[in-house]
Ligand binder design. Structure first.
Ligand SMILES: *Cc1c(COP(=O)(O)O)cnc(C)c1O
Length: 390
């Protein structure tokens, strides 16, 4: 489509898709399954806290649904990512490659280990980390040595690569894994937004050495707050459970710990909610995919803006729908956001790129041209499952 963006037209088209209620949230949870039953069971059992059968059940269900050999429930997605990185071998003063176009928690989880985020560009086809930008960056600064790959400019080790599946759309995992393998750097997937998303018929979060899921209130399924670590490795799974549960040695009565462990357990109460939510995931994904189709159909003749469509080989959960302004229309973005929000349609831009935040502006980075462009162009629009009616 060529031609100018007409803001009023865009607002009308979005309202046509989401309905004309007074106000439509960006994303709201839905509790139409066994939530109250399981929560009541949980309360009746008195096991509402850090042990209980719903935690085991939730982990078993997660493992079955994702096809991951192991799933370890955690207090939230950020904690899951922090522990996944630690178990992948990230240590203080290492660098970890992350996209700049992501939620701040991706980089924070690196910082919590006293490691340093190293930003690499994204690609427009997936909105995620670019395999070619990664290869280029490693060729430019990577130096192979006895202890792994060093950033020749900073002297620090590059200990892990963290692709993030933005808005539920999978990154180019084949391309990224190929580069990561060539450099022998472990991949930890930030799959916090992509619960229910498949890449080449396999669930995201099962490609890296480890990965993190999130069940925060705004994600596709929620435990109130919560997350999980996925891994196919038996020993890493055992370590993940151990360090997220205070590293306590199992014993009938002795309180003995063999290392510094976190209290990152998911309470049973939250796991109960998670079991009920996970039972409904397929339905949520189906309705969110229908909503994405409705946005796509509604926008096909609108000038100056397009609907982001899942990349090839993906079956996305369409967690958040993204409109992409033409580059020539980006100066209209803030006005469009004002008008959408004035019309009761909650909408927002992508996150401020992480290298623009005060705590990350000095971090090492490659050029971020594509991420910068996407950052100017993205507008997220309401995406709750309930909006995807037939
Ligand atoms: C939600 C999210 C997280 C963190 O999950 P929490 O459960 O909120 O801690 C991490 N990274 C990304 C990209 C996210 O969207």
């Amino acid at each position: 489509m060529t031609g100018r963006l007409d803001i009023r037209e865009v607002v009308e088209v979005v309202r046509g898709v989401v309905g004309v209620a007074d106000s439509v949230a960006l994303h709201e949870p839905e509790f139409s399954g066994n939530e109250k039953t399981y929560l009541n069971d949980c309360i009746d059992s008195t096991f509402v806290s850090s042990v209980g059968e719903f935690v085991d059940r939730f982990e078993t269900m997660l493992s079955a649904r994702t096809g991951s050999r192991h799933a370890i429930a955690c207090v939230n997605g950020t904690a899951a990512l922090q522990v996944a990185l630690q178990l992948a071998g990230v240590r203080a003063n290492d660098e970890v490659i992350v996209p700049a176009l992501t939620f701040v928690a991706t980089a924070n989880s690196v910082s919590f280990l006293a490691a340093v985020p190293h930003f690499v560009d994204s690609e427009s086809r997936t909105l995620g980390l670019s395999a070619s930008a990664l290869a280029e960056r490693l060729d430019a600064v990577g130096e192979r040595g006895p202890h792994g790959v060093r950033n020749a400019q900073t002297g620090r080790r590059i200990a892990a690569i963290v692709p993030m599946h933005a808005f539920g759309h999978p990154v180019d995992l084949a391309g990224l894994l190929e580069v990561a393998e060539a450099w022998n750097i472990p991949v930890v997937e930030d799959a916090t937004e992509s619960v229910g998303t498949l890449y080449r018929n396999r669930h995201t979060g099962t490609f890296g050495l480890l990965s993190a899921l999130s069940f925060n209130g705004n994600k596709i399924i929620t435990t109130g707050g919560g997350g999980a670590i996925l891994t196919g490795d038996d020993e890493l799974a055992r370590r993940a459970k151990h360090v997220t549960t205070t590293a306590k040695l199992p014993h009938r009565w002795a309180f003995d710990h063999d290392e510094i462990g976190y209290n990152f357990r998911l309470p049973n109460l939250n796991a109960a909610l998670g079991c009920a939510q996970l039972e409904q995931l397929d339905g949520f994904v189906a309705r969110k995919r229908r909503l994405a189709d409705q946005y796509r159909a509604a926008f096909c003749h609108v000038s100056g803006i397009q609907v982001f469509v899942e990349p090839e080989g993906a079956r996305s959960n369409y967690w958040l729908n993204a409109l992409l302004l033409d580059e020539s229309e980006t100066e209209q973005r803030d006005k469009l956001l004002d008008e959408l929000n004035d019309a009761g349609v909650m909408s927002r831009p992508a996150w401020t790129l992480l290298h623009r935040l005060p705590m990350y502006c000095e971090c090492p980075r490659g050029h971020l041209l594509v991420a910068e462009g996407l950052g100017r162009r993205i507008v997220n629009v309401p995406s709750s499952a309930r909006l995807g009616h037939a």
